[in-house]
Ligand binder design. Sequence first.
Ligand code: NAP
Length: 270
Amino acid sequence: MKLHDVMPLLGFGTYGRWNEEGVEAILAALEIGYRHLDTAQTYDTESQVGTALQRSGLARSDVFLTTKISTENYGAGKLIPSLETSLGKLDVEQVDLTLLHWPSPNGAQPLGEYLEPLLEAQDRGLTRFIGVSNFTIALLEEARSIAGEGRISNNQIELNPFIQNKKLAQYCVEHDILVTCYQPIAHGHLGEDAVLVEMAKRYSVSPEQLALAFELAKGYAAIPTSGKVERIRSNFAAQQLILAPEDIALIETRDRNLRAIAPDWGPDWD
Ligand SMILES: NC(=O)c1ccc[n+]([C@@H]2O[C@H](COP(=O)([O-])OP(=O)(O)OC[C@H]3O[C@@H](n4cnc5c(N)ncnc54)[C@H](OP(=O)(O)O)[C@@H]3O)[C@@H](O)[C@H]2O)c1
């Protein structure tokens, strides 16, 4: 079974969905039809996801759950217990996808030290699929050589019309690693681009819907978030939008390599 076959490509991001308001936004997303929720140990939203899932009345098997291991939990003896804590907060036996949230800050820990326990977590059935986030081509090469062919099934990276990460995304596509776009709507800033605004008007959609339709057309997954029901709904509706090939090509020209998330301890980007 491949990740591409089971992960709904449009998911709901949960960064910032805190407290009861957060639970309500996640629940609204489930009611609107999202069947993929993205959380992380550092977001402090795993319990909100668990509560919303419970309240929705949906079966566990109906919703694809992703969490990410914090770099603080890297290493033998730490990673698996931290994932067990995440399962407790989510109130599930198993997550669908577990990612290494970032490469070890400043490369301080060798990759094997924190990838091996993730492989073990998958072998023990704590997670169906495993993957990485914010990994460069060099790190993916290393991860694939440690893990063996076919085990690293996802790389979650910053990707939207302003930062298209073309080289890295191409590498992932070539090696059957599903790309998930975070900040897929550039945090609501797409309306600053006159070309996108004009195209959105032509299709009678929002620039955010344009971006999401573009990412899905490229075969990527995308995980926008919002605290507002109308936006949660309109982002979801982007799945209905089919863009003409010439418009996909025009969106490709809007790439400005405008990276919003680049901590100084992060990797040297491709
Ligand atoms: N792996 C990683 O390192 C990493 C890093 C960052 C994010 N992520 C994941 O990716 C998810 C999404 O990224 P993100 O939250 O940074 O950015 P995003 O989804 O691109 O943007 C969210 C922002 O855009 C606004 N927004 C939402 N829908 C909108 C619409 N239709 N029109 C205009 N504005 C809209 C939201 O404000 P309102 O709430 O006011 O609507 C919010 O401020 C996160 O929740 C998280 O799950 C992962």
